[in-house]
Structures are given as C-alpha cells and as structure tokens.
Design a protein around this ligand. Structure first.
Ligand SMILES: Cc1cc2nc3c(=O)[nH]c(=O)nc-3n(C[C@H](O)[C@H](O)[C@H](O)COP(=O)(O)OP(=O)(O)OC[C@H]3O[C@@H](n4cnc5c(N)ncnc54)[C@H](O)[C@@H]3O)c2cc1C
Length: 527
C-alpha cells in the first residue's frame, strides 16, 4: 500500500464555545453559597448575601427568567391576596404598586427590577435545574449537580418554593381526553377558551381567581367542587396618584402603610392559633357575602362550608360568587372521578361534556419535590428523613444535612399574612449562621437531634389548638396522618424573634481540616 501523504490541516479558527479536545478536564467551580431558585426567596437571599459582603455565590434557576410563583402563574385574574405594600421586600419598597392587590405581571416586573437594582444578574444561572444536592463528608461541602454543570458549595440555600410543582390528580381516562388540559400554574395562552365548554377542577386560591376571569368568555363553565371555600370580600382598588406620589416623595408614608397592614394581620393571629371560636364572627361576614351574590337556595347550600372559617385558606373575591351564579355556570358539588372520552364523571356519578379541563388542584407541598434530590450525611435522602413528615429546626435547618438552609421550610407557611415576612426572617437566620461560622472558624453546622426534636414538639403542641387542627377540614397543610407540617402556629413577630440569631447550643459544628479537594474526615468541634 502506498504511503498516505499527510495533508496539513486546514487552518480553522477555534470556536471559543467548543471545549478543546486536549483541554484538561474542567475543574468544578467552588462557591461559598449555592442558592436554588429565583423567586422571592432566592432573590432575597442574593440581596442579603451581597449586603453581608458575601459575593461568592450563584443563584441556580431551572427556568429562563426570575420570578418563581409570579413567573409561572400567569392565569387570567392572577394577583396576590395580601396587599402589595406588605407583599414585597422591606428593603425594596415600591411606591408605584398600581393596586392594593397587584396583579401577576406587576409582581413579576417588581422581581425583575429587584434582580437589576441589587446587582443579582451576574450571579444568576438560568436553565440550571438542580438535579442533585449531595453532601460530601470528606470535603465538608455540597456538590450541586445541575442540567448545565456542577458546582461545589460550602452552603446551599434551598429557595425552590413551597408551591412550585403543580399537582394534577391521577384520574382514570385523563390520558385519553381528546380536548385541552392544563394546570393553573402552566396556563396555555395559545389556547382560546372563548365559547368553549370548560371545566375547572378545584375551588382553592387559584380557581377562585380564574373562574370569574374566564366565565364571561366561555360557552359553559362546569366547576368541580370537592369542598366549598370560605370567601370574604376583597377590598381591592387602584392606588391613587396622590398615594403613589406621597410614597415616592415621602418614604416613611409607605412604611407607615406597611406597618398598619402588618399590625392588622398580627392582631388576627390569635384567633387562628389560640381562639378559633372568635372566627365565628368572621364566618357570619362570609355567609352574608355569599348570600348577597347567590339568590338560589340550592346553590347557596352547595356553597356553604361545613367547617370553621380559617381551617382552609380564606379566599378573597367579590366576583367569584356572581360568576358561580351566572347562567352559563354549573357547580358540581363533588370531585372529578374519571374521564370517559370528553365526558367528565363526577364522584356523585353526574356526567359533563367539555372541551377543556383546567386543574386548579394545587401543588406538591408536603411532599416537597426538592427533598427527593437532596442527600446528606451518610448519603441519606432528605425525602427518606422526611418520610413521616417534613421537619426542621426553626423552619430552616435539618439534622443530617449540614449547611443546608431552607427558605419557607417546614412549618413556616402563613394562613393570613405575607410570606415575604417569613422569608426575610429566615434570611436573617441564614446570614447570622454564615457570619457566625466565619467568626468562630467553623465550616459547617447542623442542628443537634435534641434541638430539632424539642422545637418540633413545642411547635406541634401549639398546633393542636389552632383552627387548622380543630376546624374540621382536610387541607393541603396536612400530611396524610393529619400532622400540619406547613404552617407556622404563631405570629410573624414571634418567628422573627425565633430566627434573629443562631443559638450555637442548638448546633453541632464541623470544621474542614484539609484544603478543599483533599479527602479528610470533618472534625466535630465541641461547643
Ligand atoms: C398563585 C399564587 C398566589 C400566591 N399569592 C400569595 C400572596 O398573595 N401572599 C403570600 O404571602 N403568598 C402567596 N403565594 C405563595 C408564594 O408561593 C410565596 O409568597 C412566594 O412567592 C414563594 O417564593 P419562593 O421564592 O419561596 O418560591 P417560588 O416563587 O416558587 O420560587 C421557586 C423557584 O425555584 C425554582 N426551582 C424549583 N426547583 C428547582 C430546581 N430543582 N432547580 C432549580 N430551580 C428550581 C422554580 O423554578 C422557581 O423559580 C402565592 C402562591 C401562588 C401559587
């Protein structure tokens, strides 16, 4: 065989984005903190980290923009149900809220502005769904695996959201339904509901906003209601130009407004957590509200709850009952049992032909999806540690998972006030933990078994008197066995006090005894 003459390779400009074949394997970048999620929690974490002088962090977001809840929930009528001047960051007041209860696009735009104003863009990584968080004991750090690469981190902040993963019931025949199906938090804006026969499944916080928004446009609306909701009047209105001007020119006026909104809600807490009998008065207001809008006694009967108000989240709407009483709406006082072709069969056996089904059936809450991706000391899965119910110390840290800090962790939800208050309290705790670790020369911390057990015993003791336990309902706050692992059974001020400082007596400390990358057992530092 004739020897092949070797031609010189064509000169090709190297593609800067293409990894070179002869390049050394990329080192996994290490950061001080990896934050999962870019909703209120993740962005708030970014702001507070920077303010604490910690700039070595990434915010990993699976979607392609910030906003969390307020990016994903774009259904017609979506708005907050805590007044905007309280449902926003204390460190980023917005004098320009357009309404008392602002709509989703305004809240989303606010969060985009927060990302810009506080210099968070360089920290954000989009498309970076975290697929695994694994504690590397030998290095005293987390390995964070995402769809766009891996990081290692001293600490991880989980801000993956309490209501981020839609829950659609596994109904017989759903796959064979020939029409359109979507969940409230994944609204298909390309599908026009005008004139269609539409079913809404569920009567919770999202459905109560969707139903009045779509009822005038659809041909017919069938609402599947397993349990009726208590609905109170919604004191919504436009914020006037004078108010906006005042809050812009005189910031203390905005602070005063926020403080008043805060105080009103703090005063209500006692009725929810200690004296549910006081809620009977509120129940009368809700009943009158329904009676004013619904004339038909049979429909009223279907819409009257048989449990104490507050046991499930109290909904606010002036348009929900009129929409249910409209001639093109039918309320089926029963859950959806199965689908047969385009026929929806309710649990009461009634059948309903529809073109589209909208599920307002909520989220995976007590079975928090991120827990299935977290592996702590000894490779233990967080989902396994939580198999009998979610549990943390001060809603933030979990034994066996050092330096993992939750925002809106177990038992930090609220029934009546702004979740941003809870997020900000947990951010105080996070920053205090990180600065404390620095100041004492430790690398990581995890709660002692005793501290975590004690915290939860006391918390569940307080829970036993609350309306969520005694009110006679089954809500999404409860685990299968009825334990409430979602809500905080006290005031937001009490939570703020409980998370102001880290109490080192509640923690075991770990110290990295070798440089990063060297395999050595962490040393337990006695406190
Ligand atoms: C329709 C609706 C209305 C609401 N209204 C109110 C209200 O009026 N008042 C109130 O107090 N609360 C309200 N809430 C609760 C609301 O969820 C919280 O107030 C708050 O927005 C939660 O912020 P978050 O950052 O913790 O979570 P989210 O806003 O849910 O953000 C979580 C982020 O994490 C990302 N993420 C999740 N998993 C991963 C992963 N594995 N890898 C990477 N990224 C991930 C998600 O994409 C998302 O961007 C409402 C919730 C809903 C659904």
């Amino acid at each position: 065989m004739a020897p092949r003459t070797k031609k010189p390779p064509l000169p090709v400009e190297p593609d800067p984005d293409e990894p070179r074949a002869d390049a050394a394997p990329q080192a996994v970048p290490h950061v001080r903190v990896a934050v999962v999620g870019s909703g209120f929690g993740g962005l708030g974490a970014g702001v507070r980290l920077r303010r604490a002088g910690i700039t070595d962090f990434v915010i990993l977001e699976r979607a392609d923009s910030v906003g969390g809840t307020w990016r994903d929930n774009s259904y017609p009528g979506c708005a907050c149900d805590v007044p905007s001047h309280l449902y926003s960051f204390s460190f980023a007041p917005n004098p320009d809220w357009p309404r008392v209860f602002s709509a989703q696009p305004d809240i989303r735009a606010y969060l985009e502005r927060v990302a810009d104003t506080f210099g968070l863009r360089p920290h954000l990584r989009f498309g970076a769904e975290v697929t695994e968080l694994r504690w590397e004991e030998e290095h005293t750090r987390w390995r964070v695996t995402t769809r766009v690469g891996s990081w290692t981190a001293d600490a991880v902040v989980s801000a993956a959201g309490p209501l981020a993963e839609p829950k659609i019931p596994d109904l017989p025949g759903l796959d064979g339904f020939p029409g359109k199906v979507f969940h409230s938090s994944r609204w298909d804006h390309d599908y026009d509901l005008t004139g269609k026969r539409v079913a809404v499944v569920g009567t919770g916080a999202s459905a109560v906003q969707i139903i009045p928004a779509i009822q005038p446009a659809v041909g017919s609306l069938t609402v599947f209601q397993r349990t009726p909701a208590w609905v109170m009047p919604r004191a919504d209105r436009e914020v006037t130009g004078v108010e906006k001007w005042l809050h812009g020119k005189l910031p203390p006026s905005g602070l005063l407004r926020r403080s008043a909104l805060f105080a009103i809600r703090e005063l209500q807490v006692d009725a929810f957590v200690r004296r549910p009998q006081f809620l009977k008065l509120v129940q009368q207001v809700a009943l009158r509200h329904m009676h004013r809008a619904v004339a038909d006694p049979a429909l009223r009967a279907r819409l009257t709850p048989d449990y104490r108000i507050g046991c499930k989240r109290i909904l606010l709407s002036n348009t929900y009952f009129p929409a249910l009483a409209a001639p093109n709406t039918e309320v089926v006082a029963s859950g959806l049992r199965e689908l047969r072709g385009s026929t929806l069969v309710a649990a009461d056996g009634s059948e309903h032909e529809v073109d589209a089904v909208v599920f307002g059936t909520g989220f995976h809450v007590t079975d928090l999806p991120i827990a299935e991706r977290v592996y702590g000391v000894g490779g233990m899965a967080l989902a396994e540690a939580w198999k009998d119910g979610m549990e943390a110390l001060r809603g933030s840290t979990v034994r066996g998972f050092p330096n993992l800090f939750f925002l809106i962790g177990p038992n930090t939800g609220l029934g009546n006030s702004s979740m941003i208050l809870m997020i900000e309290s947990q951010l105080n705790y996070l920053i205090d933990a990180l600065t404390t670790l620095d100041s004492i020369g430790a690398t990581a911390m995890q709660p002692t078994e005793r501290a975590q057990r004690q915290w939860n015993l006391e918390l569940q003791h307080r829970m036993s008197r609350t309306v969520w336990t005694t009110g006679g309902c089954r809500s999404w706050y409860l685990e299968e066995d009825g334990k409430n692992t979602v809500l905080w059974p006290s005031s937001t001020s009490a939570f703020r006090r409980a998370t102001r400082h880290v109490d080192l007596a509640e923690y075991e400390l770990l110290k990295r005894t070798a440089p990063l990358g060297d395999a050595l057992d962490p040393e337990v530092v006695p406190v």
